[in-house]
Design a protein around this ligand. Structure first.
Ligand code: PEP
Ligand code: MG
Length: 603
């Protein structure tokens, strides 16, 4: 077959430069492979007389090419001409974009106009801020409580966990997981496999090695082998090679003022999590003796060992300013959110379980605008009692709650809902379409919500509605469940997500039957731009006037209560425009509630 291809099809070659200073590491490679797999022709990378399959992540990484190296992309086969054109352009684009987005936004958040007496050591910032304390080189303790779970089951669970987040790095880790041979049955076998993979990596593949370790740790953790981090009770700046997600959670609730990772990269799993937890952190491969006084200023990319009193004073002043802003947010978090010209904006919380409900409450959410129920029971099918109990606990915490019925499909799976493999899951069975395949599961969920609601003004929201008929059918189904169990649901309102463009042009119809709407701007953008959310190389921009025009159109054509619960609502650059459009209710994740409330007060 290969010989025939070589005989009949012309080979196309194109030289490409690795222009990203990060080199050819896992994240861009995973993006590229996602695209190259769409072509049926052979796609090969050549470097230093070695040729590797460019549809396989590991093969590409084995090339060991780094910054400013020139590699050859070759295509041969049916769609080779098109492939070489598209893939060359995509490669260049991926290289240019190879800066973690969250890193960029953090960099813009703090003005830098200070300096210290000392030159200091160069570091790479993970999360911006200033930490002053003593170095502590952390140690770990291993614990063992063997779980009755097979390796392949643990791999599946770990893969599921990765789907709960949309960061690129997790997409890349998922790709690595898929490459683990299915015949490996034991943790020991997995360890050997991973060690072999790591040992064959080029020296500049540190980030990939960490991703492999992360996978091994994550799976070991699920199987009961945990590594606990030992943290002192007094304040410190933690110094360690790298950290695991569970360890970062421990740090979050401790006296750790900052973190220095010696062997991680700014796009590693640990870095992403430190950033999202807002922990001042940086990368610096330097040995620091325990108890040495240090000043970690990631706004300047500097680490100062034994800082002078003068430098410490300066750092404290800047730190005060940063903290003041946070304090303002904290201080006002339970207060109403009123713009400078007197508009009152309701800031609600997006939650998915008890923990996030508590966080939303603590962050000042007036109520819940979106309960993503598909994340409540991710391991096995819950009973009616289990669901009722959990809904009751959450409902008890707020006066008003909007619960969304299961929104599985697309990039979300549940082990107890079997959706046949689809070539385009985002255009397949998802959201309300589940009513056709698992009506019993939706019926149990509705019943649990009814039982837990006990006359509270609960709102039930259907996801991914596209036609009027679909909404009517879902509402009738919900009423039938209530009738069958003799439950009065007159206090419950039924609404829908606006996520499908078809809905936008038929709002006059929906308005007659719907009690409320919430704009799911993540999906509405995905379907409006025709760009898959979380696509490895394409991205939509919700701040574009063309997209905001859709939001404005929705506002003008609805008379029922309307909110926005997609990511755009927490974007400080967009919030003013949304308020100008007339949006007065937004629902955002707990981490963004206090921040966006303060932002709105300055609009
Ligand atoms: C959305 O689509 O904007 C939304 C809030 O729903 P999810 O992100 O859960 O799909
Ligand atoms: Mg959605």
């Amino acid at each position: 077959m290969k010989a025939l291809k070589q005989l009949f099809y012309k080979k196309y070659n194109h030289s490409l430069t690795i222009s990203s200073p990060n080199g050819l590491h896992l994240r861009p490679v995973a993006k590229f492979v996602n695209i190259s797999k769409q072509y049926s022709c052979d796609v090969v990378f050549g470097f230093n007389n070695t040729h590797k399959n460019a549809k396989n992540i590991n093969s590409i990484l084995e090339l060991g090419a780094s910054y400013q190296d020139i590699i050859t992309l070759s295509t041969q086969g049916k769609d080779a001409k098109k492939a070489i054109e598209v893939l060359s352009k995509e490669f260049e684009k991926i290289m240019q974009e190879d800066i973690p987005s969250s890193e960029v936004s953090q960099k813009q958040s703090i003005e830098v106009s200070h300096s210290y007496d000392e030159k200091g050591e160069d570091i790479k910032a993970i999360y911006e801020g200033i930490a002053i304390s003593f170095a502590y080189n952390c140690t770990f303790t291993n614990t063992k409580s063997i779980q009755n779970i097979s390796l392949q089951e643990a791999i599946k669970k770990f893969a599921y966990k990765l789907t709960e987040t949309k960061e690129d790095i997790f997409v890349a880790q998922k790709a690595l997981l898929e490459e683990i041979p299915k015949d490996i049955q034991t943790l020991k076998g997995l360890k050997t496999y991973i060690e072999t993979q790591i040992s064959s990596l080029a020296p500049n593949m540190n980030a990939k090695a960490i991703d492999y370790q992360d996978i091994l740790h994550g799976i070991s953790d699920i199987m009961g082998l945990k590594t606990k981090i030992d943290i002192p009770t007094k304040e410190c700046i933690l110094v360690c090679d790298d950290l695991l997600p569970s360890q970062i959670q421990t740090i979050k609730n401790s006296n750790v003022k900052g973190v220095i990772l010696k062997k991680a990269s700014t796009s590693s799993h640990s870095a992403i999590l430190l950033r999202s937890e807002g922990i001042v952190s940086a990368i610096c491969d330097m040995d620091i003796i325990n108890n040495t006084p240090i000043l970690l200023d990631t706004t300047l990319d500097k680490l100062i060992i034994n800082p002078s009193t003068h430098s410490l004073q300066k750092a404290s002043t800047i730190l005060q300013k940063i903290n003041l802003k946070k304090e303002q947010e904290e201080l006002h978090k339970y207060q109403e959110t009123i713009t400078k010209d007197g508009k009152c904006i309701d800031v609600l919380g997006n939650i998915q379980d008890i923990n996030s409900a508590l966080q939303a409450k603590d962050a000042g959410a007036s109520s819940i605008g979106l309960l993503r129920s598909e994340f409540m029971f991710t391991q096995s099918k819950p009973t009616l009692q289990q669901q009722t109990k959990l809904y009751t606990q959450i409902f008890d915490m707020f006066d008003e709650i909007t619960v969304r019925t299961l929104d599985v499909g697309g990039d979300k799976e549940l082990p107890y809902i079997d959706i046949p493999k689809e070539s385009n899951p985002f255009l397949g069975i998802r959201g309300i379409r589940l009513l056709e395949i698992v009506p019993d599961i939706i019926a149990t969920q509705l019943l649990a919500i009814y039982k837990a609601s006990s006359h509270k003004p609960i709102k039930i929201m259907f996801p991914m509605i596209s036609t009027l008929q679909e909404f009517i059918k879902a509402k009738e189904f919900a009423h039938k469940v209530a009738q069958e169990h003799n439950i009065d649901i007159s206090h419950i309102k039924f609404g829908m997500m606006i996520e499908v463009p078809l809905v936008v042009f038929n709002l006059f119809l929906f308005d007659k039957v719907v009690d409320f709407y919430s704009i799911g701007s993540n999906d509405l953008a995905q379907y409006s731009f025709a760009i898959q959310r979380g696509h490895p190389s394409l991205a939509y921009d919700e701040s574009l006037d063309e997209f905001l025009e859709i939001i404005s159109y929705i506002k003008k054509h609805t008379s029922k209560p309307l909110s926005i619960c997609g990511e755009m609502a927490s974007n400080p650059k967009i919030i003013k425009k949304l308020i100008d459009i007339g949006i007065d209710t937004i629902s955002v994740s707990p981490a963004n509630i206090a921040k966006i409330k303060e932002e709105i007060r300055n609009v």
